[in-house]
Design a protein around this ligand. Structure first.
Ligand code: C5P
Length: 228
């Protein structure tokens, strides 16, 4: 079963609480990224926890191993359900986080971010990366799999080949989901049905819901597609 994670990229207190309150009946997982976390800090974690909601803390850690291991310890203290680190930060950083997780006996799901959905093949070449976007995604996903991370964040457009190589229970979380043709700043988007049929465990949706004039209707529409 593929689940919806609602991305709360909102910096106005009234609006974020309103969105949480009107959607909580339908949504179990909420994503807190850099926008709400910078604005509200741990209080927004508390707000969701009190409602019994699951939290995906999307801060995409990328730093030296010691710093990230110490930051992860705080995530474990908050009892966060799922969080992520950039796979491009390398093996030693991943190992430091996983060691910290073991030390803290945490059950938090640790995901590795592959290549952002706002990247195209051209963007990868511009950065001087010799592999193609697909090869680099494969390389990073293999690293996460071999290091026994719980899963990855990837584009729906990479899901078909990734899922055939890395079977469940390796978790695949897909942002860049669109129900219309407008893709915002993503270059590699996909639909809900595509995500489900290729084996995504979670889809992450933000603007199609939080910027909708009818957020509840937008959520219900996505859930209906997930259940079909
Ligand atoms: O509004 P939208 O549905 O595009 O929101 C997608 C969310 O997923 C944003 O919070 C963005 O930061 C996040 N994201 C991600 N990894 C990607 C692409 C987007 O975590 N590859």
């Amino acid at each position: 079963m593929c689940e919806l994670i609602l991305s709360l990229d909102i910096y106005e207190e009234k609006k974020i609480k309103e969105i949480i309150n009107v959607t909580e009946k339908y949504v179990n997982w909420f994503k807190l990224g850099i926008i709400p976390f910078l604005k509200f800090g741990p209080s927004i974690i508390e707000y969701l926890k009190k409602k019994g909601k699951k939290i995906f803390l999307d801060l995409k850690f990328f730093d030296i191993p010691n710093t990230i291991a110490n930051a992860s310890r705080i995530v474990f203290e908050y009892n966060i359900d799922m969080f992520n680190i950039h796979l491009l930060a390398g093996e030693r950083m991943l190992e430091a986080v996983l060691n910290e997780k073991e030390k803290n006996k945490s059950r938090s799901i640790v995901l590795g971010v592959t290549i952002l959905t706002s990247f195209s093949d051209e963007d990868i070449t511009m950065l001087g990366i010799k592999r193609s976007l697909k090869e680099e995604t494969m390389f990073l996903a293999s690293m996460a799999y071999e290091k026994k991370m719980n899963g990855i964040v990837c584009s729906v457009s990479d899901l078909d080949f990734l899922r055939t190589i890395f079977p469940k229970p390796f978790i695949m979380v897909c942002p860049g989901i669109r129900t219309t043709e407008y893709a915002d700043d993503h270059k590699r988007v996909g639909g809900v049905k595509q995500a489900v049929s290729f084996g995504a465990d979670f889809i992450v949706v933000g603007r199609p819901v939080i910027e909708s004039s009818e957020p509840v209707k937008a959520v219900k529409n996505i859930i209906q597609l997930l259940e079909q």
